[in-house]
Design a binder for this molecule. Sequence first.
Ligand SMILES: *Cc1c(COP(=O)(O)O)cnc(C)c1O
Length: 396
Amino acid sequence: MSGNGEGPGKKPDTRIVQAGRRKEWTAGIVNPPVWRASTILFDNIAAMRAADHAGDGVLDYGRFGTPTQWSLAEALTELEPGAAGTRLFSSGVAAISVALLSVLKPGDELLIVDSAYGPTRRFCQKILARQGIRITYYDPLIGSGIEQLIGENTRAILLESPGSLTFEVQDIPAICAVAKARGITTLLDNSWATPIFFPAIAAGVDLTILACTKYIAGHSDLMLGSVTAAPDHWDALSETSLALGQYVGPDDAWLAARGLRTLGVRLRQHQASALQIASWLAEQPQVGRVLHPAFPNCPGHEFWARDFSGSSGLFSFELKGGDDAARSRLIEGLTNFGIGYSWGGFESLVLPVDPNRGRTVAKREQEGPMVRLNIGLEDPDDLIADLERGLASYKS
Ligand SMILES: *Cc1c(COP(=O)(O)O)cnc(C)c1O
């Protein structure tokens, strides 16, 4: 199956605009409309039986989707050269959970990067461990050294690059090469780069996961996740997702598709503004390390430079000295940054972060309290002026 966004030679920006918009699903309407359904009526029993679990593209029952969801899923597939298909989920965490369940069974071992998103870790500890699946954490900079961790029962490796909060970039191709040679499945949380800056399936990843809540939706007004699979992993992902009753409402799928069409221009602006602000921060006397994959001192920067075609708008920095109370005063004094979870929307956000709390094998030294910024689409000069005022009053 393919929409009109596929085809040799089309660049990502063109695919973003055209992908998933099949005429039979849109009747020519530019932005694929909202098709709401639970019951689908059939002309006769034969037609009903023919539709039974026929797959995406055939109306069967609401839980299996309508053109609204199929169109978004197909668009995300078309952004990943080499992918077989995409399943949508009610959140990024739901996407990660089902992707892992589609691969693992009791007795297996999962290797998971120590810099993974906190709730991903929680799912592994709370749900997978209870199923008798062994969870082993590894250092984000392990690269092909992951070979040493692989045992008889190792079934899957979960990657997240760059890592949550601290932004270490992993050597994804090296890890995937080791995994392929040993018949182990690789899963990547690619929410930060999106397929625009890092097409993961082409790089050898088996299952690539997006918190579409972030950059795909882009407007902080919905929750959604996706998993896009390489051909060998598509059937298991599909079966697991359908068996677990996973479903996304058409209104959220429609909003996400609307957000997707501007992903290219949004990402370029997020990238430019974040680089400007991060470079400015790195010069300030109150600021220690800036943790941004495009900066040479970011752990794994060389892999970002080799594998990624851009950087997005989320990064962290360390303050030099000071404590939690001083950090809170700094954050609460900012007027152009909202205090709140999530990222990838048009509005700038700021959060106090304490990455070492959740880690086991890759704890890091810090010069002082850490702050994470989501750089939105405001004028970067206004954001810098705000940070300048905040840092001027920062006391250690
Ligand atoms: C936010 C986030 C998720 C989870 O997405 P939700 O839609 O909030 O469930 C997964 N991975 C990363 C890296 C995230 O930042």
